[in-house]
Design a protein around this ligand. Sequence first.
Ligand code: FEO
Length: 397
Amino acid sequence: MRPIEIAKNVYWVGAVDWNLRDFHGYQTEKGSTYNAYLIKGEKAVLFDTVKADLADQFLNSLSMIIDPSQIDYIVANHAEMDHTGALPKVMEAVKPEKLFCTAKGQQTIEAHLPCDGWPFAPVKEGDLLELGDKTIEFIGSPMLHWPESMVSHVREDNILISNDIFGQHWATSERFDDEVDPGELHFQAAKYYANIFLPMSAGMRKFLAKLETKGIAPAVLATDHGLIWRRDIAGIMRKYIDWSEQKAGPKAVVVYDTMWGSTMKMANAIAEGIRGAGEISVGVYDLRYNHRSDVITEILDAKAVVVGSPVLNKNILPKMADMLTYMKGLAPVGKIGAAFGSYGWQDTIVKRLNEMLTEMKVEVIDDGVSVNYVPKPDDIKRCVALGEKIREAIKRG
Ligand code: FEO
């Protein structure tokens, strides 16, 4: 895709990955983009690159506005391979005077790429790169979401080149937030946060506070994935504060796997109990049809998580085991929860699910409901009662 000028002499020069469908376990049903940026002023600076298999496309695109050999410096804000995979080919074409990254960034790049002789120039918090007509401030964003991460603030244009932060996996021909459907944009931003940054929420709060302390209120958030924010900066900033504080609304997620439909019937009865007269929003997710990364997106702002599975060989059905493992890694905090499930000859499933919820620090508010084989009317009533108890707990806050 052709470069796009996002401010005077500042260009988007990335690549669109229309066919990406999995990003280390995160289902990317709408693809992604790898956004890189070029400043073409008194000095030419390239910020970040793209995945290795898009290197040629990226260099062709870059060549539309500059001879790559005329680029003076490269900045690598983040060493993950979706932003540095193309770096060997780009380094060969550019031969920059300096390659700026954090000291940890250098170590991480050296661990991944053949980079003998590369002109690494490690930078630290607050270092400035003077370009004559523009000044770049490097700001650390450690563990957002790798240890070496940093962002680059273009002072004169007040553009924050924010690596993965504020990103979305969404391949579009549009480049700016005001050119696309805002509902889809915010959904994809929430999905990105839930699947990438959720376990780093404490660090995100510190990072956002640091921007405030520095007096940086960006006019443009030039993220490395998806749409660039230039209109709804306040909206996405507010969302990042809420998500990093893990604010939960009157909302519950009921997620389950089912073998012959018994656990599904229980899930629907529990959801009815939670919903009541409609005062609680509840979503019901069958893992045969819903991907873990979509379910965790719903969990992001839910107060309650209710999990269900039948017994399979004394254990949890595989898709629920997958969901719980994924959720444990993403470590949402401040949730309440409960468990349910059906069994044939070993009434063990609810105990096991409760153990797993407790391991991930979900407050289990009830012993849960287990049913032998198929739920009878009294079992359904017990499920509705569990839902009602969850509803009251959510309302208490
Ligand atoms: Fe987009 Fe953490 O890489």
